[in-house]
Design a protein around this ligand. Structure first.
Ligand code: SF4
Length: 301
């Protein structure tokens, strides 16, 4: 089947099955042809909740599909490939319990990039867009932060009066970006603005002109009068910016910065899942109940 046929078949079948397709910005860009929504993980799950679809196909990784299920309990959620986020998988239920035992009576903040089981043990969730506001809202001088030590470092830098004890997780994809990469690109493109994700190492964030989530970086690029940007994040974001703003020069930090788990989904996999309804994601009821409190507390801010 050629790509056009594949796209037509998927779009027809999703209508027949009253399904929607959510695609994270790190997915293979061709998936946008069949996606109802493209964006950040939490935003996608929230958009899905506003629809009357019966089924959600999540082109993303495991924790994203779990979040979609928690926020859309009446809908069936499917993940075309069961692939996890390497950072989310650096901490499990036992490890979060131990981490809290070692540091008792301190509010625990978890990044949305965590499993439902980990969220169920935390007080409040955050995204890379709102992490600073979430920690600020707690009005405390100490928090535990899981799993991303670099996002935790970014928050601490912005809130110097709060002591953050971070779990030592990290994103292996963003970890590959070094300060040297930024300096080299900047030397080649002296007029470019450097945008980086707070999952990047401290040394990278330190020398960036703008630090923000995927959505914030895309918005910055859209609204900025500048014409050149060095983008220090996953390749999928770079490709979408290049597609959407052809009048701007979007410079990838490196073509090697891609998340292998995110790239597993193909149009063929999506069609297979629509046809066979395989890989349905379910979340234990007790875990879901506790995890939704953690997410809801963030949404109330
Ligand atoms: S890019 Fe990093 S944080 Fe995002 S899904 Fe991949 S491993 Fe996880």
């Amino acid at each position: 089947m050629d790509k056009r046929e594949l796209i037509e078949k998927i779009n027809k079948l999703k209508k027949e099955k009253n399904a929607i397709i959510l695609a994270h910005c790190y997915q293979n860009i061709e998936i946008d042809y069949v996606a109802d929504f493209v964006g950040d993980s939490l935003g996608l799950s929230q958009l899905a909740a506003k629809t009357n679809a019966d089924k959600i196909i999540f082109a993303g990784v495991y924790f994203m599909a779990e979040t979609a299920k928690i926020l859309n309990p009446a809908k069936k959620v499917y993940l075309p490939n069961i692939s996890g986020c390497d950072m989310a998988d650096m901490i499990n239920l036992e490890q979060i319990k131990k981490f809290k035992e070692k540091n008792p009576n301190i509010p625990t903040v978890c990044y949305i990039n965590s499993t439902a089981a980990v969220k169920s043990e935390c007080d409040i969730c955050c995204t890379s867009s709102n992490a600073i506001e979430v920690v600020k809202s707690l009005n405390t001088n100490e928090v535990l932060f899981v799993p991303d030590r670099y996002l935790a470092g970014w928050v601490e830098k912005n809130l110097p009066n709060v002591k953050i004890t971070a779990y030592q997780g990290y994103c292996p994809t963003h970890f590959k970006i070094s300060a040297e990469d930024i300096i080299n690109k900047k030397n080649e493109n002296p007029n470019a603005i450097v945008l980086s994700h707070p999952e990047c190492r401290d040394e990278v964030v330190e020398i960036s002109d703008f630090v923000g989530s995927t959505t914030q970086m895309m918005k910055y690029c859209k609204e900025s009068k500048n014409k050149e940007f060095i983008v220090a994040t996953e390749l999928g974001v770079v490709q979408r910016l290049q597609r959407d703003y052809p009048d701007k020069k979007i410079i990838p930090i490196s073509k090697e910065i891609f998340c292998p788990s995110m790239k597993e989904n193909t149009l063929e996999d999506i069609l297979y899942t629509l046809e066979n309804e395989n890989n349905e994601i379910k979340v234990d009821e007790n875990i879901a109940k506790k995890a939704i409190n953690c997410i809801d507390r963030m949404l109330k801010i």
